[in-house]
Design a binder for this molecule. Structure first.
Ligand code: NAD
Ligand code: ZN
Ligand code: ZN
Length: 384
């Protein structure tokens, strides 16, 4: 089958790879119909995630038709069109039972922090992902969810990550009616977080990025204010000034470890690798939030040290909440929001690439070319 094949930092291609097989009675094999490229994939692509092995297929946001099921799969049948949450979750461990499907204790034997994630290196379990014609889906009774009749597959594929992640960013922020919410990052996740902040009763939503077409997009899509940090003398000062010198009630980090905007962080975190990526956005979030405020982090950071102003967290009495999104927990509510038109995920999809052109997809999304917000890959066997 054709699949995305990681050859080393900034080198990916589509090549012939072995067909996935059922390895466990709870596995399913799906024929992929849509598969997105995510900001999280860029951390792999840029070589910033440990133990990303050559020959791995990325892709944790996909939909597909069930082709084959193991003998213990009871919740799916061959022919079902499913959306597959990015978390691989067993459904029965102590964390899954609490709805923490992103922190499953069984699906990732390599770590005690994150659970398994499709196509996300051996630090997230070593599973091949869905940027391929076919994918093996473990614990198929738990994650994969039949796409409701009438739902556009483009909406469905964004329910595997972007919508739940943006929503959870707003949820973890504990937004109170009238709150001023600042979202760092106007990528798909930040855009969705800004949109969802209103659902929790925000009174003002401000997005910060430095890519003009994304700022323009989020202004229209999320009906919020949006500012270019390159045009602000200091984004923290700007946020304080615009909140009567109090600070935002809530700051959301939807950037993660590859943040721009601070030379020291960029050099130590992205060039010299003395810390696990640059912590610029989380730094700004901690400093721009008011005393007693909440910083909600969905931007991805590596497992080792970062230069984070923990003293300010203490002295300001902040609450920090962070996690991988728990997709399955949020799906029932978010499917309803999509069906009722409260959220329109497919509007984020700006690019479609045949899987054969996966290298172009990564290049354009990574370099933020051609007004790209969210690219989707279509395998030759998608049939739709
Ligand atoms: N927690 C989760 O479950 C989860 C799920 C999906 C994605 N993520 C993470 O969320 C982050 C965003 O994902 P995405 O797909 O939107 O990525 P993206 O790369 O498309 O967007 C990131 C945006 O941040 C902007 N940016 C860079 N430095 C900044 C700064 N200092 N301040 C403000 N903005 C800055 C970039 O210009 C870019 O527009 C990534 O770190 C990704 O790994 C987390
Ligand atoms: Zn993703
Ligand atoms: Zn589990």
């Amino acid at each position: 089958m054709l699949a995305m094949n990681f050859r080393g930092p900034k080198r990916v291609r589509a090549s012939q790879m072995p067909m996935p097989e059922i390895k466990h009675p709870e596995d399913a094999i799906v024929r992929v119909t849509r598969s997105c490229i995510c900001g999280s994939d860029l951390h792999l692509y840029n070589g910033n995630v440990p133990d990303t092995r050559v020959g791995t297929t990325f892709g944790h946001e996909f939909t597909g038709i069930v082709e084959e099921i193991g003998s213990e799969v009871t919740k799916l049948k061959v022919g079902d069109h499913v959306l597959v949450p990015f978390n691989i979750a067993c459904g029965r461990c102590v964390f899954c039972k609490q709805g923490m499907f992103g922190n499953c204790h069984e699906s990732n034997p390599q770590a005690t922090a994150v659970g398994g994630i499709f196509g996300y290196s051996h630090t997230a379990g070593g599973y091949h992902g869905g940027q391929a014609e076919y994918a093996r889906v473990p614990y198929a009774n738990v994650g994969p969810t039949v796409i409701p009749p009438g739902m556009d597959p483009d909406d469905a594929v964004l329910l595997t990550d972007v919508v739940p992640t943006g929503y959870q960013a707003a949820e973890m922020a504990g937004i109170q009616p009238g709150d001023t919410v600042v979202v760092f990052g106007a990528g798909p996740v930040g855009i969705m977080a800004a949109r969802c902040a209103w659902l929790f009763g925000a009174g003002r939503v401000i997005v910060i990025d430095h890519i003009e077409y994304r700022l323009e997009f989020v202004r229209n899509y999320a009906k919020c204010e949006a500012y270019n940090f390159r045009e602000l003398e200091d984004p923290v000062l700007f946020i304080k000034k615009t909140t009567d010198w109090i600070g935002a009630d809530v700051c959301i980090d939807a950037v993660g470890a590859e943040a721009a905007g601070n030379a020291m962080q960029t050099i130590t975190g992205r060039k010299l690798l003395l810390q696990a990526g640059s912590a610029t956005a989380v730094h700004w979030a901690i400093n721009a939030v008011r005393k007693g405020g909440v910083v909600s982090i969905v931007g991805v950071y590596g497992p080792t040290d970062n230069l984070i102003p923990i003293g300010n967290v203490l002295n300001k009495g902040l609450t920090i909440r962070a996690n991988q999104a728990s997709v399955k927990r949020l799906l029932p509510r978010l499917i309803e929001h999509v069906q009722n038109g409260v959220i329109d995920p497919k509007a984020l999809i700006t690019h479609r690439f045949p899987l054969e052109e996966v290298a172009d997809g990564y290049r354009i999304f990574s370099a933020k070319l051609d007004n790209c917000i969210k690219p989707v890959l279509i395998p030759p066997s998608a049939g739709m």
